[in-house]
Design a protein around this ligand. Structure first.
Ligand code: PXP
Length: 238
């Protein structure tokens, strides 16, 4: 199982002071040195945290997989075609939200995402969609021609461990259904050093996208160490 470290929160701290530090580029390198299998950034339409410059430099310097989270807008498609991340995860984006609220609701989207996706795929980019653990979304995802889904673990992460069983079952069912459709399964949002553990039994999930808990720990331990601790849990190192 792989870990992709989301470095948006380093950029959020930088933007709190409108300074040129701390630098998400440096955080990405430290995360790689700590054992990350990939780096994730979300380039928002409002450029609230990650900037175009961050994306471009990170693309140039990292040695692992780069995932770009983005809304399915023409502007972002153009940027992705130029910067060529390894993966693009399509996410819903609403102005003013603190963080991504929920997965893409493909049953409600009017836009024809199929041609949007195929343009990226034809450029050699793997495309995925961020979805709530909802069976109805899986067939829609497969129909779109994406290669992977990222299951939104936000609802799970808000539950106390003793109340999380049903949500884990929901995630497991969706992960299995996605595999039947030949979709690779990722998961993320709200995961931390404790709540990740019960999910590690779900072998369908091959990549975890984690940001806030790692960056929060990094304040005390440094980015490299915080990444190593999470990577060791995910990879089952004692
Ligand atoms: N996956 C997606 C689609 C996200 O939007 C985010 C938050 O940027 C994450 C994963 C990581 O969530 P967290 O920062 O809570 O670990």
């Amino acid at each position: 199982m792989d870990l992709s470290v989301n470095v948006d929160h380093i950029a959020t701290l930088r933007e709190a002071r409108k300074e040129n530090f701390p630098d998400p580029v440096y955080a990405a390198i430290e995360a790689e040195l700590g054992g990350a299998d990939g780096i994730t950034v979300h380039l928002r339409g409002d450029r609230r945290h990650i900037k175009d410059r961050d994306l471009e430099i990170i693309r140039g310097v990292i040695k692992t997989q780069l995932t770009l989270e983005m809304a399915a807008t023409p502007e972002m498609q153009e940027i992705a075609m130029r910067v060529k991340p390894d993966d693009v995860t399509l996410v819903p984006e609403s102005p003013g939200e603190v963080t991504t609220q929920g997965g893409l609701n493909l049953l409600n989207i009017q836009q024809d995402l199929k041609s949007y996706v195929s343009k990226l795929v034809n450029a050699g980019i793997k495309v995925g969609g961020f979805v709530d653990p909802d069976m109805e979304q899986i067939k829609e995802m497969a129909r779109l021609g994406v290669q992977y889904i990222e299951i939104n673990t936000d609802a799970y992460s808000k539950l106390r461990p003793e109340h999380s069983r049903d949500e884990i079952i929901r995630i497991a069912r969706v992960a299995k259904a996605a595999r039947r459709e030949n979709l690779v399964v990722h998961a993320g949002h709200g995961l931390n050093y404790r709540n990740i553990r019960p999910l590690l039994h779900l072998f369908e999930i091959t990549m975890y996208s984690i940001g806030f808990s790692i960056v929060s720990r990094a304040i005390f331990t440094g980015m490299k160490q915080a990444t190593t601790e999470m990577a060791n849990i995910i990879k089952g190192v004692k």
